[in-house]
Design a protein around this ligand. Structure first.
Ligand SMILES: Cc1cc2nc3c(=O)[nH]c(=O)nc-3n(C[C@H](O)[C@H](O)[C@H](O)COP(=O)(O)OP(=O)(O)OC[C@H]3O[C@@H](n4cnc5c(N)ncnc54)[C@H](O)[C@@H]3O)c2cc1C
Length: 410
């Protein structure tokens, strides 16, 4: 009798797992069940329709630092299948990739359909059976493996690869099989902030600020990076990083907290103060609004003067030293109140999922339910924006598919 692996979920992790299993063990029947009409729905919309496949970070020690959940545990996973293997895999299957200046890797076509076509083509050529419009409703453990129940079919499987992403239903199945699910909460979002300092400044960006996230009763979280003012508050890499590292504490505070920005992280406050004093001595007759000694967007500087109650047409020579002291304090520690989270349209992900303690990360097999493999976003791993979330899906999917195929070959 042919052995059968059922892959539940036709996303990045499910496809990689199914393909790898069938390649490793061509005798194995690999059946992929997908609830939607078309598989790979998230790949389609990913990276603004361009699909940020992975990140050009080829050092495992550095790579894992992009994962707020999974940092410690993923080292071995990425040593076996990391970004280099992902790049090689896609290129060897005819997808040319390019690396952007910030390290993000995309198909040269800038079209996520290229990735979808590749995965569908390879799955078909190796003989993975794909059944769409088939939402799995239950997974039951039997004496010989698992039964997979859909609305009008019951499939028997020798092993299961669960790659359903962050599906509540799948969390329930894993819980009933004995697993612990770490509370799923959103990650990668923007901060809703209503502050007069940001009024009419949407679109202005800062190349590098230091941001501190403070939630009462929690340790402050610090990150650096570009910042962007939006119509609803603040966004940009520094905010997305803080939203990922602070995903859990912000969820519990109902997205209330303080976001403290240092607009001049390259110098200390005393040097910044001295810069302002030096500007006063250098251009006493110039209007303060026209001469900013720091590398700040002009419109932000002018708006800041107003909120600090400094008349923009004041000549530098007339600005009291006390005012300059206050201005330097604000620039080093500008406090914004967060009132809610906004959507980052390019990418979002769920923090939480099946506890990593209960998965053998060498094989991605459950430690509690033999023959059950887990990969992708369903497990308690999430990364920062930049291709890291797909990398988790490719890596864990690959390892799960390989291990399931090997076990079922015996
Ligand atoms: C808008 C957006 C953009 C993104 N852009 C990027 C990016 O550019 N780069 C990056 O690295 N990450 C990106 N991500 C994150 C990335 O998409 C996910 O981390 C990744 O898709 C997870 O892959 P997965 O296979 O684990 O889950 P999913 O992609 O969620 O796939 C799970 C599949 O399982 C199916 N399924 C669920 N339940 C059942 C069921 N009961 N029965 C049958 N099938 C079921 C679903 O329909 C789905 O097709 C983005 C996310 C979003 C939302």
């Amino acid at each position: 009798m042919k052995k059968r692996l059922i892959v539940v979920g036709g996303g990045a992790a499910g496809f990689f797992g199914a393909i790898r299993a069938k390649e490793m063990n061509p005798q194995l029947e690999v059946l992929l069940l997908e609830s939607a009409v078309k598989p790979l729905g998230k790949v389609k919309i990913s990276g603004g329709g361009r699909c940020n496949v992975t990140h050009a970070c080829f050092d495992v020690g550095r790579l894992v630092q992009y994962y707020p959940r999974g940092q410690r545990e993923l080292k071995g996973v990425f040593s076996r299948f990391g970004p280099q293997e992902t790049v090689d895999w896609f290129e060897s299957h005819g997808v040319r990739l390019k690396t952007e200046s910030d390290g993000r890797i995309f198909p040269v076509t800038d079209n996520s359909q290229t990735i979808i076509d590749c995965l569908l083509g390879v799955a078909q050529s190796v003989g993975v059976k794909i059944q769409v419009k088939t939402p799995v409703q239950a997974i039951l453990k039997t004496n010989v493996g698992y039964d997979v129940i859909t609305s009008h079919q019951r499939f028997q499987a020798d092993a299961i690869l669960l790659a359903t992403g962050s599906s509540r239903k799948a969390y329930e199945w894993t819980t009933s099989l004995g697993h612990t699910v770490i509370e799923p909460v959103p990650s990668l979002f923007t901060f809703n902030i209503q502050d007069e300092k940001l009024q009419n400044l949407a679109g202005i960006s800062f190349p590098s600020v230091k941001g501190v996230l403070e939630v009462p009763g929690e340790k402050a979280i610090i990150q650096e990076g570009p910042l962007l003012i939006t119509h609803w508050g603040l966004s940009g890499p520094v905010v997305l990083k803080l939203s990922a590292w602070g995903a859990r504490v912000l969820y519990h505070s109902q997205y209330q907290g303080k976001f403290i920005v240092d607009f001049s992280p390259e110098i200390d406050q005393e040097s910044l103060r001295q810069n302002l004093i030096a500007q006063k001595a250098k251009t006493p007759k110039r209007y303060i609004e026209n001469e900013c000694p720091l590398t700040l967007p002009k419109r932000f500087w002018q708006s800041l003067l107003v909120t600090e109650e400094i008349v923009p047409e004041t000549q530098w020579g007339d600005v009291p030293q006390k005012t300059l002291n206050r201005l330097s304090e604000t620039l080093k520690r500008c406090v914004f109140e967060i009132h809610g989270k906004g959507v980052f349209k390019e990418e979002f992900v769920t923090a939480g999922g099946v506890s990593l303690k209960e998965i053998d990360l060498k094989t991605m097999e459950s430690r509690l339910a033999p023959g059950l493999y887990l990969a992708g976003e369903i497990i308690d791993v999430d990364g920062l924006t930049g291709g890291f979330n797909f990398q988790n899906a490719w890596s864990t999917g690959w390892i799960a598919g390989e291990s399931a195929a090997r076990t079922l070959a015996n």
